[in-house]
Design a protein around this ligand. Sequence first.
Ligand code: SAH
Length: 177
Amino acid sequence: MDAGLHAQAYEDTALPIGHEQTISKPSVVARMIELLHKPKHPLGKVLEIGTGCGYQAAVLSLLADEVYSIERIRPLHDMARAKLRPFRINNLRLIYGDGILGLPQAAPFDGIILAAAGLGIPDALLDQLAIGGRLVAPVAKNEKEQQLVMVERMSSQRYQRTVLDGVFFVPLQSGVV
Ligand code: SAH
């Protein structure tokens, strides 16, 4: 967190990380990663959309074999890279780009987690999910409400969707800045 927010860093609350973005509250990060993790299946390769400050990416790197995290705001990508460098996390790749397109060159993913809410789940991400893999995302129901959605890919054509808790995330936006 910014120096000015250090006193709040351990509170279970969303906090600003600049560029009108917020880090999700830690209990929501935990809940989403828990949903991503299929019982008795190791978390192999995971894709995160929305690196932000890099916190969730760092947590994922401790639980999955390989983590790819995409951010569309250049200064946030650069900041996360600089903050995580001293930790020398060798199974984490930070990518500057539009996460709506996913990362076809590294697909398929056993888990995909979105840290920003779209009106639906981008098709590219569903395509890049491994069979048996899970995707966890906040999805906007209308202008005010969002729901956490978990999608499991059952076969090449069949996806099972479960709607869970009400949540509040920053919007998923297309393109890079
Ligand atoms: N996981 C982050 C949370 C950051 S908030 C953390 O631990 O700090 C969500 C982030 O998603 C923002 O930084 C926002 O810029 C980013 N985002 C929104 N739409 C995106 C897109 N299409 N591709 C990549 N990142 C996106």
